[in-house]
Write a protein that binds this ligand. Sequence first.
Ligand SMILES: [Zn+2]
Length: 150
Amino acid sequence: MNLSPHFTFAELTCSQLAVRRGIDNTPPAPAIERLRLLCLHVLEPVRDRFGPFSPSSGYRSPSLNRLLGSKDNSQHCKGEAADFEIPGIANIEVARWIAGALDFDQLILEFYSPTDPAAGWVHCSYKAVGNRKEILTIGKTGSRFGLPMI
Ligand SMILES: [Zn+2]
């Protein structure tokens, strides 16, 4: 099943950890609809701009999310968020483009390192209504608003 022209239900829901631990990571219907919006409004435009990629994490059931050490209110549990990297493109470049070009709820450049542009990943969420366009950087030294000036 495709959620959008280039992104499948499987790649937005599959988790090796869930499989290994026997956790059912099937999203409820409302979360599937939110994943579809995320694909159409964020992942497809990013793919158009930078080329093919597959998100490393999309929907997470509450038990999988807890296992990953993430908070219960994570937008991954609602089907509103995905983590991704584009092969060969610095994560900060992807984050900057999203910040300027797309509508989104929260954009987080996670664990980026200026000395290793491939380090970390981009987290982006999208809501049907009320997108905040909040931009954060999260790293070893904590989190702050905005993207690094490099
Ligand atoms: Zn994330």
